[in-house]
Design a protein. Structure first.
Length: 346
């Protein structure tokens, strides 16, 4: 029985990370690892990021942060921003993980757990700049800062960062978000030691709007070569993953390949172009465990069809596929199930 493969090219990932880091410098790169490194594999992404000197890792949740800590050792900084349980907070404090804090209630729980453990939590307080993915409202910011500083004086927290998410919907909206963010930073700086980690932007804004970058830039998708939906290709950045399926049956009008909706391939992708040994062909239908592709002359069982990835004569990236079904490239990758074998190629 054959299985589809997601082929991971380590040299491309490393080159992408270097290109992104140079692009955002002097802002420090935080490589984001959410959703198992966007479906590529957390360990693979971390190991390659370490090889090119990355020292900031964004894990999203504490569980991923603990795995990342096991991989990176004690020196690197790990940032986890999902609101978590008290048990997870304890784990984060014991593993020296920075915590993103979007509500005063979460701040208070972190302070309480730090008091019980005799620990000092490194916190990044989040200001809501308009996207409304939690975050302290501007009118409540001064009191939240005061409460944070009181806990800091008690030796229970250290305010090391101010951060936010922006919508990346328009330059005007992002400019408004930056103004709110900079006001929040000023309030924090006036209240005590200036936080060193200031991070407002993710992939797209970090890449295209240097004036919005802070001291840290959180970048995930671009490091893996996943461009924004309907966005241009990125200079120096190439898709690090290639999705390949094997021909299992040939007929005069069509061939069958060994990937389907049970593997995470959206059935709505029918109609896209995929790469075959004879060039681009149409993906006619996505079944449960197989898919059907328009035939080519001389097609043979065992040949490979590339659904996306570098070197294909079909769609070059997961985002190109995603645009056909009005979603983002990350979704194409993160939907892939464990039946899709991950194969590392240096």
């Amino acid at each position: 029985m054959t299985r589809p493969e997601l082929r991971l090219r380590s040299s491309i990932l490393r080159a992408n990370i270097v290109a992104v880091r140079e692009r955002v410098s002097p802002s420090a790169l935080m490589i984001v690892l959410k959703d198992d490194a966007y479906g590529h594999g957390l360990a693979w992404a971390v190991e390659n990021a370490l090889r090119v000197g990355v020292d900031w890792f964004g894990s999203y949740d504490i569980r991923g942060g603990i795995v990342t800590r096991q991989l990176v050792g004690g020196e690197a900084r790990i940032f986890a921003w999902a609101t978590s349980t008290d048990t997870e907070i304890d784990d984060a404090l014991l593993q020296d993980i920075d915590l993103g804090v979007g509500t005063v209630e979460y701040l208070r729980r972190i302070v309480a757990r730090a008091s019980v453990l005799g620990a000092r939590a490194r916190v990044h307080l989040k200001i809501d700049t308009g996207l409304h993915r939690n975050g302290v409202l501007a009118e409540d910011w001064a009191s939240a800062i005061a409460e944070t500083r009181a806990a800091e004086q008690a030796g229970l927290v250290e305010l090391v960062g101010v951060w936010s998410h922006i919508a990346e919907a328009s330059d005007a909206e992002d400019d408004e978000a930056q103004a709110i963010f900079l006001d929040a930073v000023r309030v924090a700086e006036q209240s005590g030691t200036a936080p060193s980690a200031l991070h407002l932007t993710a992939s797209a804004a970090s890449w295209w709007r240097p004036e919005l970058r802070g001291t840290v830039s959180r970048i995930g998708a671009f490091c893996y070569g996943i461009r924004s939906a309907e966005g241009p290709d990125l200079d120096g950045v190439t898709p690090a993953a290639q999705l390949v399926a094997t021909v299992t049956e040939t007929r005069e009008e069509a061939v069958t390949i060994d990937i389907g909706s049970f593997d995470g391939l959206p059935s709505t992708l029918a109609g896209v172009t995929v790469g075959t040994p004879a060039g681009g062909r149409t993906l006619l239908r996505v079944n449960r465990t197989s898919s059907v592709v328009d035939a080519w002359t001389g097609a043979r069982v065992g040949e490979e069809v590339v659904l996306f990835g570098p070197g294909t004569s079909g769609e070059r990236s997961a985002t190109a596929l995603a645009e056909h079904i009005d979603t983002v490239g990350e979704e194409i990758l993160t939907r892939l199930t464990s039946r899709v074998r991950r194969v590392v190629i240096d």
